[in-house]
Design a binder for this molecule. Structure first.
Ligand SMILES: Nc1ncnc2c1ncn2[C@@H]1O[C@H](COP(=O)(O)OP(=O)(O)O)[C@@H](O)[C@H]1O
Ligand SMILES: [Mg+2]
Length: 236
């Protein structure tokens, strides 16, 4: 479905993403992990069109989307849930959902189906986003992305800064999506969580893919090793 080939992305002179290739198949959940600064957010933003690719190609269902503006990628089915949620604070939950739905592709997601899937949001429907807890904001942010009826959902730092109980409720929301077959790329600091929901784990180190494996075929220690660059020197 989504194919990233030899993609570079830069911040000025700093090359944050270096020749990354990655395939995400339909219905797959890929956990993208790696230390702070490894390039995960830059990669997701480059896939979503929020950051330009300096080299390489990105295709969605075989169509080259590398040069398209972000809103055109949304229209084709690429949705990013950015780090820090980025809701409209003065709008209600429902209004935040509706804003995203305006230019949506056709598909199953509407305010009703989002609230059905994430029942924790139903009683908050008319509450301003600014007055929600972190977990409620994250669920709203995921719901907002769903309103565009994405083919692939890119989730950056799903649980960062959330209380443990809020993380649980966000993962309950994700479980609903995963059971429904949503294709997801998930950036998550909590390796245990990431590996428990993912089909495949991709670990980035200093802008490159240091390890890629089926989630069942790799141990936490191996992934942690790749995090810190031990895998390359080590085992083989
Ligand atoms: N807006 C920016 N301006 C300059 N450098 C940036 C910017 N965003 C990220 N970087 C740098 O790019 C590299 C990758 O960052 P990032 O993609 O945020 O990594 P991660 O999400 O894995 O923590 C880091 O060295 C970071 O300092
Ligand atoms: Mg990041």
């Amino acid at each position: 479905m989504l194919q990233v080939s030899h993609v570079d992305a830069k911040h000025g002179l700093l090359q944050a993403v270096r020749g990354v290739s990655l395939v995400v198949r339909e219905g797959e959940v890929v956990a993208l992990v790696g230390a702070n600064g490894a390039g995960k957010s830059t990669l997701l933003r480059t896939i979503a069109g929020a950051h330009p690719a300096a080299a390489g190609t990105i295709t969605l269902n075989g169509k080259d989307i590398t040069g398209l503006a972000a809103h055109r990628r949304v229209a084709l089915g690429v949705a990013l849930v950015p780090e820090g949620r980025k809701l409209f604070p003065d709008l209600t939950v429902e209004e935040n959902l509706l804003v995203a739905g305006r230019r949506a592709r056709k598909g199953p997601w509407s305010v009703k189906t989002v609230l059905d899937a994430f029942p924790m949001l139903e009683p908050l429907r008319h509450k301003r986003a600014a007055n929600l807890s972190g977990g409620q904001q994250q669920a709203t942010s995921i719901g907002r992305a769903l309103m565009t009826n994405p083919q692939v959902l890119l989730l950056d730092e799903v649980s960062l800064g959330l209380a443990p109980v809020a993380v649980d409720s966000v993962y309950e929301c994700l479980a609903v999506l995963i059971d429904g077959g949503t294709t997801i790329v998930l950036v998550e600091q909590d390796l245990g969580r990431a590996m428990s929901v993912a089909d495949r784990v991709v670990c980035m180190l200093e802008g490159r893919v240091a390890l890629e494996a089926a989630a069942g075929m790799v141990t936490r220690d191996q992934v942690t090793g790749a995090y810190f660059g031990l895998a390359r020197k080590g085992s083989a």
